[in-house]
Design a protein around this ligand. Structure first.
Ligand code: GDP
Ligand code: GDP
Length: 455
């Protein structure tokens, strides 16, 4: 490394950073209008997007990456949730519940100007039951005079209220210090994977693609509900299902079953649920209705899984009803709309007839294998050396940036750090990724590629 102009410590630092495992998840929950979205924006250090969204506009994006004091974590924003027919208590409780389930720690936001309401008390009960670490944010304390309002919130019994102004940033640094103390270094879900324990699958897809039909088909009578929390109506439920001679854990399957009173629930609710399931899973099986055009919603769900760094399988359902013509157009659509995930194993199934159900498990296993593949540094550099000399980076401004060496810093998903003598263009990065896949597999795995440039 040193002779290539990189400092050994820089190289080690870059590898460590790129090799980070799955990030711990922080959920921000609370009543509407207490300032959750404003606080999330503050935490992720951006002013765009979240708050500007018009009410009623579907927001699919609920998970963001954040960094504080050099530690990275994910933030789940529940601010896009609109009150539905269930009434405010039930809808706040329901959205909080999903977010809490998927989280490693929670920021509970209360409007200090208003004080604790009955709805706040209801969320406190949920938080107690879940037993996750909680940081209490007393928001809208824009100045000294608001501090007294914040102090009243000791009454909630959640410990010290942190007076903050999400809008102006006051107190948010101290609050984030408390968040870092509450957050584990790595997500509990990862620690929870005993060697040889059941692998975790999220079966996701937009409404009516056939998720519950598929689940019923594969599960038969043998489904075992493993973590039903008592007393609430919409608990996330994991089920153990025997498939291909193995036991798998299908996460958050309660979200899959139809609940009549949720039909009017906002799409946002479905997004939150999908994000929560993806966070808990190792592999996402995205179900797509092959009889309908591939939609933006399908693409967003795929993107959610990819951005979360999960292994991916694409299952095209309702194959029993496809005619020649639709098949032809479907293939074209897959190329144009989902071409960027052509690396994901694909199965064409019918939850109705059971067609190709036996291909599901091999596809899942292939994806998990790709997701866990590690290339030894020696082999990687032999490959990179040959690749770079056969296909050098185009010359830019009289200079030719070169990949000098690289290493795979992590798996699940595979993460690579490449060290280069100059800026490497996006097109060339994609080329490298493509060749990495050709050479080493990685089927079903999103690949993270970061490039460090010598100073
Ligand atoms: P959410 O529904 O909980 O996500 O709340 P929003 O983030 O959308 O905020 C609701 C309203 O409260 C908006 O008008 C914000 O500008 C305002 N707000 C949020 N944080 C603060 C704050 O710290 N101080 C004041 N004065 N207003 C705030
Ligand atoms: P979910 O909302 O994704 O859980 O979808 P459902 O499982 O409720 O299925 C939605 C509709 O599609 C129902 O009417 C199912 O009977 C139908 N469906 C599901 N799978 C298939 C399939 O493989 N073939 C056909 N023809 N219909 C299916």
């Amino acid at each position: 490394a040193a002779e290539e102009g990189f400092d050994v410590e820089d190289v080690e630092g870059a590898i460590e950073e790129a090799g980070h495992g799955p990030l711990p998840v922080l959920a921000v929950v609370g009543r509407p209008n207490v300032g959750k979205s404003t606080l999330v924006n503050r935490i992720i250090g951006r002013r765009e997007a979240v708050v500007e969204d018009k009410p009623g506009v579907t927001r699919d994006r609920v998970t963001y990456e954040a960094e504080w004091s050099g530690r990275r974590f994910k933030v789940v924003d529940t601010g896009g949730w609109e009150q539905d027919v269930l009434g405010i208590d039930a809808s706040v409780a329901a959205q909080a519940e999903y977010a809490i389930e998927a989280a490693d720690a929670v920021v509970f936001v209360v409007d200090a100007k208003v004080g604790a309401t009955d709805t706040d008390e209801a969320v406190v009960r949920l938080l107690r039951k879940a037993g996750k670490p909680v940081v209490l944010a007393a928001n809208k304390v824009d100045g000294q005079s608001g501090e007294a309002d914040a102090a009243y919130l000791w009454n909630l019994g959640l410990g010290e209220p942190h007076p903050v102004s999400a809008l102006h940033g006051r107190g948010t640094g101290d609050m984030l210090d408390a968040v870092l103390e509450a957050l584990p270094e790595a997500p509990a879900q990862t620690f929870g994977t005993a060697i040889g324990g059941p692998r975790r699958i999220a079966l996701i897809g937009r409404p009516n693609v056939g998720k519950s039909s598929l689940l019923n088909k594969v599960a038969g009578e043998e489904r075992v509900v493993v973590n039903e929390l008592a007393g609430t109506t919409r608990d996330p439920v994991d089920e153990l299902i025997q498939l291909g001679g193995k036991t798998w854990k299908f996460v958050d399957t309660a979200g899959i079953r139809k609940r009549v009173h949720l039909q009017q629930g906002a799409d946002y609710y479905a997004s939150l649920r999908t994000a929560a399931a993806v966070e808990k899973a190792e592999v996402a099986v995205v179900l797509i209705d092959a009889t309908e055009s591939i939609s933006i919603q399908d693409q967003r769900i795929v993107t959610m899984a990819v951005e979360a760094g999960r292994a991916l399988v694409l299952a095209y359902n309702k194959w029993d009803t496809l005619d020649e013509e639709r098949r032809f157009y479907l293939e074209r659509e897959i190329e144009t709309e989902l071409g960027q995930v052509a690396w994901a194993p694909r199965v064409n199934v019918s939850a109705r007839t059971g067609r190709h159900m036996e291909k599901l498990v091999p596809a899942i296993e292939t994806a998990l294998e790709g997701w866990e593949t590690r290339v030894p540094t020696g082999r990687l550099n032999a490959f990179l050396g040959e690749l770079v000399s056969a296909h050098p980076h185009p010359v830019r401004g009289g200079k030719q940036p070169r990949i000098l060496f690289g290493t795979q810093a992590g798996t699940k998903p595979p993460r690579f750090v490449l060290f280069a003598s100059g800026f490497i263009e996006a097109g060339y990065r994609r080329f490298i990724e493509r060749r990495l896949r050709e050479e080493f597999g990685f089927e079903g795995a999103p690949i993270h590629l970061s490039v460090r440039v010598r100073e």
